[in-house]
Design a protein around this ligand. Structure first.
Ligand SMILES: [Zn+2]
Length: 260
C-alpha cells in the first residue's frame, strides 16, 4: 500500500512508493506521487475523494513550503523499472517541488505531488552548518533549494508556531490548502563567514517577500525593533511576541552588513 509518514505541522518524513495508487508515475529521479486516502481497504480501489487535510497529504504540502526533504522507500509492487524485485528499498532523499489536485483515474479527486531526487551535494546540509567542510559552504549559501533546506530547523518551526505562521513584518498569513507559505529567516546568516547560531533569538518568521528583502538588505531592524527600508525610512514596528526574544546583537550584525 501507499503510505506517507508525517503530518501538517512537521512535514512528511517518508513515503512508500509501492503501487498502492494507480495514478502514481515513477520516472526514477522524479515521481508524481498520489496522496493518501479515498481507497477502499479491501479492494484497494479509490472510492472517495482525497482531501489535503489528511495528515500525510498536509505533511507533503508542509514539506514543499518548508523545503523539508522526504525519504523515499520503494516497494516491489511499484513500477517494475524503478522498484525492487522483492521487499522494500530505501532510495534516498527527494524534495517536493510542486503539488496540485486533479480527477484521478477512478474519477475521484486525488492530490498529486512532484518529488525530485536531491543531488548528492544537496544532501550535505544535513550536517550542522558549522560542521560542513569549507568547500561545501559556498553552494549552500547560493543555491536556492539547498539554502531552503539549510533553513529547515526545529528552531524555525518553533518560531513559526509562536507567530502562527504570520509574517513579523507585514502581518500576513499566506494560507494555502493544507498549510501556509511562511519561512524562518536567520537574522545573522548561518555558515561562513557570518556564523550565526540556529537559535530562536536569531530567527524571524517571515513571508517569502520579506524574507528575500531582509536577506538582501531591503529592510533592516533598529535596536528598538523598528523596520527600516534601505534608505532609512521607518516602515513601522516589527511584530513581536513575549515568547520570542530577539537578539539585538544579531539585529546589529545584520544591519551592519547593509548600513554604515
Ligand atoms: Zn511579510
Amino acid at each position: 500500500m501507499s503510505g506517507i509518514c508525517g503530518n501538517g505541522s512537521e512535514g512528511a518524513e517518508s513515503i512508500v512508493v509501492s503501487g498502492g495508487y494507480e495514478d502514481d508515475e515513477d520516472y526514477g529521479d522524479e515521481i508524481i506521487y498520489t496522496g493518501a486516502g479515498g481507497n477502499d481497504p479491501n479492494s484497494k480501489r479509490q472510492i472517495a475523494d482525497q482531501t489535503v487535510d489528511q495528515p500525510g497529504n498536509a505533511g507533503l504540502v508542509t514539506s514543499q513550503t518548508n523545503g523539508i526533504p522526504v525519504r523515499v522507500v520503494r516497494g516491489s509492487g511499484g513500477d517494475p523499472v524503478h522498484s525492487p524485485a522483492v521487499g522494500l528499498r530505501y532510495d534516498g532523499l527527494y524534495r517536493v517541488s510542486d503539488h496540485w489536485s486533479e480527477d484521478g483515474k477512478r474519477g475521484f479527486r486525488v492530490w498529486r505531488y512532484r518529488l525530485q531526487r536531491l543531488d548528492s551535494d544537496e544532501e550535505t546540509p544535513y550536517l550542522p552548518p558549522e560542521n560542513l567542510p569549507p568547500g561545501r559552504q559556498a553552494p549552500g549559501q547560493s543555491r536556492g533549494v539547498t539554502t531552503r533546506i539549510l533553513r529547515l530547523t526545529e528552531v524555525s518551526r518553533a518560531v513559526k508556531a509562536i507567530h502562527k505562521s504570520t509574517c513579523q513584518v507585514c502581518g500576513l498569513r499566506l494560507g494555502v490548502p493544507g498549510g501556509s507559505v511562511i519561512e524562518g529567516g536567520h537574522i545573522r546568516a548561518l555558515g561562513s563567514p557570518h556564523k550565526g547560531p540556529d537559535t530562536p533569538d536569531n530567527v524571524l518568521c517571515l513571508c517569502p517577500n520579506h524574507h528575500a528583502l531582509f536577506d538582501q538588505g531591503g529592510i533592516t531592524l533598529s535596536d528598538d525593533l523598528r523596520i527600516r527600508d534601505f534608505e532609512g525610512k521607518d516602515l513601522g514596528a516589527l511584530r513581536t511576541s513575549p515568547k520570542h526574544v530577539i537578539s539585538i546583537d544579531h539585529v546589529r550584525y545584520h544591519r551592519g552588513l547593509w548600513l554604515n
